[in-house]
Design a protein around this ligand. Sequence first.
Ligand code: ZN
Length: 243
Amino acid sequence: MSMKERLLLLYKLNRIDRELHELYSLRGDIPAKIEDLNSEKLELDERSNTLKAELEDILNAEKNVQAENDELLVRIEKDDERLRSGAVKSNKEYDALAKEIEDAKTRIKENERAAKEDTSARRLAIENEMLLIDGQLEDVNTELEQNQKELEELTKQTGEEEKELSTERKELISKIDPEDYEHYERLSKVRFGEAIAVVRKGSCLGCYSSIPPQKAIEIRMAEKFYACESCGRILIAEEMITA
Ligand SMILES: [Zn+2]
C-alpha cells in the first residue's frame, strides 16, 4: 500500500470518529452522571451492609444475654422452690441457696444494665443511619432511573446511525496497518479525536500555524508521514482529499 493510501485511510477514520464523537456529545453529561450515581449507589450499599452486619452482631449479643437471663430466672425459681419446700436441712445449704439466688439476681441486673448502656445507644444510632441511607438510596435510584431513561431515548434516536458508523469504522480498521492505527489512536487521545490535520494554503488547519513552503510541497508528495511541528497532528494536503 502506498503512503498516500495509508494517509487517506487515516483521514477517513478521522472523519468517522468525528461523526461518532458528535453523536456521543448529543448525550451530554448523562453518561458521566450515570457513572457518578452508580458509584454513589455502590458506596451507600456498602455502608448499609456494614451497618446491617453490626446490627446483627448486636442483636445476637442481646439474644445471648436474654437467653442467659432466662436460664438464671429458671434457676432462681428452682432454688426458691427448694427453699420453700422445707427440704433444706442445714444452715449451710440454706445459705448456699440464698447466695445462689442473690448472685443470679445481681447477674441479671448487670446484664440488663449492660444491654441498656452499651448496645441500645449504638443500636439506635445504627437504625437511624440506616433509615437515612435508605432515603438516600431511594433518591439515587430515582435519579438513576430518570437518567437511564433519558439516555435510552437519546440512544434510540442515534442508535441506527451509530451502528452504521461503527460497522464502517471496523471495516476501515481492518484495512489500516496496525502500526498506523496505533499511532492514530495515540494522537487521537491527546488531540481530542483529531489526529489528522489538513494543510490548506500553507497552514495546518488543526492549529493554524504556518507550514514552510518546502515542507508543504513534501506533504503534498506524501512519501512519508509528516507531523505538524506545533500540534503534532498527522498532516495531509488538502489536494489529496479533494482529488
Ligand atoms: Zn498543527
